[in-house]
Design a protein around this ligand. Structure first.
Ligand code: HEM
Length: 415
C-alpha cells in the first residue's frame, strides 16, 4: 500500500459526505442556496467547499483527452492508438433497406460524435459514464452485406479473403455487415460507448461477434514505445508513420464513395503460448528475424536498424532465415505495404493448455487485393511463425471516410 492511499481514501469519504449533503434532497435546495449566500457574504475569501468538490480540476488527466470525431478521415486509424479496443460486428436485419441504413448511420454517428466529445448520447441512461473520454474513438466499417443493401457500388476487394491452408476459421469470429471499433485508454469508457451504440443499433441489427483487445495501459511505458505482443516480440516496428506522405498513400483510398476512407483486413490469430514456451530465445529470434530482447534485426544492433537480408553466417547461410516472419512479410513489390494496428487478446483457456491468447491483427490499406493479399499469401505458404500461430477469424470491411458536423458516416454511399 502506498502513502497516498489512506489520503485518497479519506478524500473520497469526505467527498461523499459533501456530495451527500449537496444532494440530500431537492426540497433542501433553497436552504442550501441560502446557506451558501450567507457564507459568501460573511467570508468572501473562503473557497466554497460544495462547488470546489463538485467541479474537480481535470487539467492534465488522461481521462479528459478527446480525439476529434469529425474530419476527412474517421478517427481511430491515424490517431494515436489507445490501450483498449472493442471490435464489434453486427448483422443487418432482413427488413433494413437503404433508408433504414441511412437512419441507422445517422443515429450511430450522432452517438459517436457526442461520446467522443464527453457528452452523453441521446437517451443515455448512464450519462455520467460519458464524461471520461480517455481518447475515445469510434470507427465504423461496412461489410459486403451492408454495401449490397445500400445498392453498391462494391469495392472489388470487399469480400471474404480466399481460404488459406493455415486457416482454421470459426464463423463465430468472422465476417459481418457492420463493424464498430471502439477504443479508449479506459475500459469503462469503452464498455459504456459499446453499450450505447449496441442499444441504438438493436432495432436494425443482431450482434455477430465482439473481440476485445488490449495493449500496455496508458502511462506504463513512454508513449511511442513499440508494443510487445504476448509472445514477447516487439511488434509494429516496420509500419508506415501516420502523418507522412507514405502513410497517406498506403492507407487512404481515392476511389468513389470510399475517397478519404480505407479498408480493413481483420484476422484473429491464435498464438499458442504453451508450445512457444518450449522455444529458447535463439529459436524465438530466428523465427522472426529480429531479436526478442530488443526487436533489433539479427543483422543489426537497434530496433530501428534496417535488416540486411543478404548478410551471411560463416557457414554461408543468410543470418536472417528466408522463411523468418520478416523475410516473408516484407514487400516484394513497392506497393505491398500495409498499416498494422494490432491488439492482444487473452481469454480463459477451454482446452488442456493454460492460455487462449493471440492477436487481433488489423491491417489498413487502400486496396486489400493489391497490398494485403500478396503478403498474407506468402505467409500462408511459408513462415516459421506458423508453427505457433493459427488464424481463427477473418473479416474484410470498407472503412468509409469521416464526415463534417452536419453529416454522417456513410453519407458518401447512402446520401
Ligand atoms: C500472430 C500473428 C503475427 C505475429 C505474432 C506477428 C509478429 C510480427 C513481428 C514480431 C514482426 C517484426 C517487427 C515489426 O516490424 O513489426 C512483424 C512484422 C511484420 N508482420 Fe507480422 N505478425 C503476425 C501476423 C502477421 C500477418 C497476418 C501479416 C500480414 C498478412 C503480418 C505482416 C507483417 C509485416 C508486413 C511486417 C513488417 C515486415 C517488414 O519488416 O517489412 N504479420 N510481425
Amino acid at each position: 500500500m502506498t502513502d497516498s492511499q489512506p489520503h485518497s481514501g479519506a478524500g473520497t469519504s469526505r467527498r461523499r459526505l459533501l456530495l451527500g449533503g449537496a444532494a440530500a434532497g431537492v426540497g433542501m435546495a433553497a436552504g442550501v442556496g441560502a446557506d451558501r449566500l450567507a457564507l459568501a457574504a460573511t467570508s468572501p475569501a473562503q473557497p466554497d467547499p460544495v462547488t470546489a468538490e463538485a467541479t474537480p480540476d481535470t487539467t492534465g488527466l488522461n481521462g479528459a483527452q478527446t480525439v476529434p470525431f469529425h474530419g476527412r478521415h474517421q478517427a481511430g486509424i491515424a490517431t494515436p492508438i489507445a490501450a483498449y479496443a472493442a471490435y464489434v460486428a453486427l448483422d443487418l436485419h432482413d427488413d433494413v433497406d437503404r433508408d433504414g441504413l441511412r437512419r441507422l448511420m445517422r443515429i450511430l454517428t450522432d452517438d459517436a460524435r457526442r461520446l467522443s466529445a464527453g457528452q452523453a448520447a441521446l437517451a443515455d441512461t448512464e450519462p455520467e459514464l460519458a464524461e471520461v473520454t480517455a481518447g475515445l474513438t469510434v470507427t465504423f466499417g461496412f461489410g459486403p452485406g451492408f454495401v449490397t443493401r445500400a445498392g453498391g457500388p462494391m469495392p472489388s476487394w470487399l469480400a471474404p479473403l480466399p481460404a488459406f491452408e493455415i486457416d482454421a476459421l470459426d464463423p463465430a469470429w468472422s465476417d459481418g455487415d457492420l463493424l464498430m471499433i471502439v477504443s479508449a485508454d479506459d475500459q469503462v469508457t469503452v464498455a459504456h460507448a459499446v453499450r450505447m451504440l449496441m442499444k441504438d443499433s438493436r432495432s436494425f441489427t443482431t450482434p455477430r461477434w465482439r473481440q476485445d483487445g488490449f495493449r500496455r495501459a496508458y502511462g506504463s511505458e513512454v508513449s511511442g514505445t513499440t508494443m510487445r505482443n504476448l509472445f514477447g516480440q516487439v511488434d509494429g516496428t516496420t509500419n508506415p508513420e501516420p502523418g507522412t506522405a507514405d502513410f497517406d498513400s498506403v492507407v487512404w483510398s481515392d476511389d468513389g464513395w470510399l475517397a478519404g476512407g480505407t479498408s480493413l483486413a481483420l484476422r484473429r490469430i491464435r498464438m499458442n503460448l504453451d508450445t512457444w514456451d518450449e522455444v529458447d530465445p535463439t529459436g524465438r529470434s530466428f523465427s522472426v528475424g529480429r531479436r526478442i530482447s530488443d526487436g533489433a534485426p539479427l543483422t543489426g544492433n537497434k530496433e530501428g536498424d534496417l535488416p540486411d537480408f543478404d548478410a551471411k553466417t560463416p557457414a554461408g547461410r543468410t543470418v536472417i532465415s528466408p522463411v523468418s516472419h520478416i523475410a516473408r512479410s516484407r514487400p516484394e513489390q513497392p506497393h505491398e505495404v500495409i498499416f498494422r494496428r494490432g491488439y492482444n487478446y487473452d481469454l480463459p483457456p477451454d482446452g488442456d493448455g493454460v492460455s487462449e491468447s493471440g492477436l487481433i491483427f488489423a491491417s489498413f490499406q487502400a486496396d486489400v487485393t493489391r497490398q494485403f493479399l500478396p503478403i498474407q499469401q506468402r505467409l500462408a505458404d511459408a513462415d516459421l511463425l506458423n508453427t505457433w500461430t493459427t488464424p481463427i477469424g477473418s473479416a474484410v470491411f470498407a472503412i468509409p471516410p469521416g464526415c463534417d458536423e452536419g453529416g454522417y458516416i456513410g453519407q458518401t454511399l447512402l446520401g
